[in-house]
Design a protein around this ligand. Structure first.
Ligand SMILES: Cc1cc2nc3c(=O)[nH]c(=O)nc-3n(C[C@H](O)[C@H](O)[C@H](O)COP(=O)(O)OP(=O)(O)OC[C@H]3O[C@@H](n4cnc5c(N)ncnc54)[C@H](O)[C@@H]3O)c2cc1C
Ligand code: SF4
Length: 569
């Protein structure tokens, strides 16, 4: 597929809409507003990765890590894996055109209905029909699917055997993977998944239905302009709209010219993710933009952990082989094939989902160092990648577990840096609950539960999450939320009504969740983004649909492999 992004030198001074960030929220906003005929620019801090450009070997992976802590800042600011070390909790997010979709497992689930019955949501979310329509649109564009071979995968069978410990059998998990060759709704040809397991390293085959292969090409086809290497810092009111200030990440120190720039827009959609959007608004508030006191509060880790089982009796083949395959003859499966759903009818907080997962192949050389005592030495000796596909690592189990927490973390700015404060995080009851369930599963398989192989390193004992939510949570008015149910940002100017909003300012991403979801969040983020667009369209009399590019199927049929990111005729 042709590159979508263009050089920042081509950025115009003004757009109808500027979308900051290009994950699920940003992708939906860019596509729908471009379809409505708006002149849209997308500013993304990271780089664009074409299919085949994702790191597949450990040295490449190291170049794609950016690590930030209180006194730490290493790696490129455009590295694909953005790890934030916190004193109370660590967070992993994606950085690149397509956001977290580039490196996630793609599991797409709708939460238990009770989640939306929690009065923490504005009533309108559950009351109007557009939440369902949002989910329907998200499903049409992201296409969750069950792997027809899910129940044959060794890792699925291992989960099934172990599941007797919990008294609940697994079921196949819907994920955003094309299991058959197709032309997707954006008109992009996608080959069938090879079941290489590398989804969380970045799909080098093009079978994962990322935002970069769906909503973003659709936005470009409808005229949106996409710019990478643009990291928004803050925004302010400007005559007729907004001015967004950003840092150029494409300038080396030898370049002539400013590292900072700005662009004007009538409408701004902040879609920089939970951490990014909250940070931009916190900095904007420091510079005088009146915003709700709830800003930064209500951070949730979605009760999410990644954990391991080491030493199980039977092989599970849960280390990716990548594409092209590093080892022949191993059918690993997509990153997640199956899950155990435990639903507590009486107390939603106790419900949980455990998924079997796969580690990406680029991580393979690290495994001996992580799991074997004195393993650094052994790790060096085992640097031949094929080593980890045999012996003890063939039975290494990886689990993704999701449940509910109290969403009581807080994001603040310290010395202009975003910091997560959640002193009671590690005592949240969810972690003991998940540990008990995972230890039982691993014990049944004959292995030992390894909660955190990095506990002896700078990672410490803090929990870590890949599902950060909240910080700009929805509410009825600014006393209980940062945005309203349409994702419009509340205006806290003196004299403004409690539900007054800043005209033309939206947050549309994981930051708007006012609570944990208890399932992997991407489908809900996308559904609420689609819902926000339906409201925006209705409020401003914009017309757009989400029709798929049917004509693209005809092109692909006559010329397989031909890509079609051409302007509309
Ligand atoms: C390893 C891993 C596995 C996961 N697996 C799953 C899964 O199976 N299912 C699931 O539902 N969820 C999963 N998730 C979580 C899911 O990917 C995220 O919840 C989702 O991507 C969040 O979407 P978003 O639109 O809120 O933001 P993001 O997808 O995070 O997108 C935000 C974008 O904004 C950019 N940005 C940030 N700050 C700025 C700035 N200042 N200026 C410009 N751009 C900026 C970022 O680079 C990013 O591209 C996983 C996450 C990880 C890391
Ligand atoms: S299993 Fe491999 S080919 Fe299939 S979606 Fe994941 S990374 Fe792509």
């Amino acid at each position: 597929m042709a590159r979508l992004a263009r050089s920042l030198d081509g950025l115009k001074p003004h757009y109808d809409v500027v979308v900051v960030g290009s994950g699920y929220g940003g992708g939906v906003a860019a596509s729908r507003l471009a379809r409505a005929g708006k002149r849209v620019a997308v500013l993304e801090r990271g780089r664009e990765f074409l299919t085949g450009e994702f790191p597949s070997r450990f040295p490449d992976l190291r170049g794609e890590m950016q690590l930030t802590g209180k006194r730490l800042r290493v790696g490129s600011p455009t590295g694909l894996y953005d790890v934030r070390f916190g004193e109370d909790m660590h967070v992993l997010i994606g950085c690149g055109l397509g956001g977290g979709s580039l490196i996630n497992a793609g599991v797409a689930l709708r939460p238990d209905d009770r989640v939306f019955r929690d009065p923490v949501w504005p009533d309108a979310v559950a009351r109007d029909e557009w939440l369902d329509e949002g989910y329907a649109r998200a499903a049409r564009w992201l296409r969750p699917a069950l792997d027809p071979k899910a129940t044959e995968q060794r890792k699925y069978l291992a989960l099934k055997r172990a599941s007797v410990a919990l008294g609940q059998a697994p079921v196949p998990a819907p994920s955003l993977v094309s299991f058959a060759a197709t032309v997707n709704p954006a008109g992009v040809a996608q080959p069938a998944c090879s079941r290489c397991g590398d989804c969380c390293g970045g799909c080098n085959l093009g079978a994962k239905n990322t935002v970069a292969l769906t909503y973003l090409p659709d936005a470009v086809r409808h005229g949106a302009e996409i710019f990478t290497h643009a990291k928004a810092s803050h925004l302010a009111r400007a005559p007729g709209g907004w001015r967004i200030h950003f840092e150029r990440q494409d300038r080396s120190t030898s370049d002539v010219g400013p590292g900072t720039a700005s662009v004007a827009a009538d409408v701004v959609v902040l879609a920089a993710g939970t951490l990014g959007s909250t940070e931009i608004l916190l900095r904007s508030r420091e510079r005088g933009l009146p915003l709700s006191d709830r800003l930064g509060r209500g951070f949730s880790a979605n009760g999410d952990i990644i954990a391991f089982g080491y030493g199980a009796k039977l092989p599970v083949n849960a280390i990716g082989v990548g594409h092209p395959a590093k080892v022949e003859g191993l059918d690993v499966g997509a990153c997640v094939s199956g899950q155990i759903e435990i639903v507590d009818e009486h107390d939603l907080a106790n419900s949980l989902t455990i998924q079997e997962g796969v580690l990406p192949s680029a991580l393979a050389p690290l495994l001996p160092a992580l799991f074997i005592p004195n393993g650094r030495l052994i790790g060096a000796l085992k640097s031949l990648i094929a080593g980890v596909y045999r012996g003890p690592f063939a039975s290494l189990q990886t689990f993704f577990a999701v449940s509910h927490d109290s969403a009581s973390g807080r994001l603040v700015l310290e010395d202009d840096r975003l910091v997560l404060s959640w002193p009671g995080a590690r005592d949240e009851p969810v972690y003991a609950r998940l540990d008990a369930a995972l230890a039982a599963l691993v014990g049944e398989a004959g292995g030992s539960y390894v909660k955190n192989p990095l506990a002896g390193t700078m990672m410490g004992q803090q929990p870590a999450t890949a599902h950060p939510l909240g910080g700009c949570g929805m509410g009825r008015e600014r006393r209980d939320g940062v945005v309203d149910h349409k994702c419009r940002v509340f205006d806290a100017s003196p004299g403004a009504g409690a539900a007054a909003v800043h005209e033309g300012l939206y947050v549309i991403d994981g930051a708007v969740m006012p609570r944990s979801l208890g399932v992997n969040p991407l489908l809900t983020i996308t559904a609420l983004a689609e819902r926000a667009m339906l409201h925006l369209g209705a409020d401003f009399g914009l017309t757009f649909n989400d029709a798929a590019r049917h004509w693209a199927a005809a092109i692909a049929a006559t010329a397989p492999g031909v890509e079609s990111i051409a302007p509309e005729h």
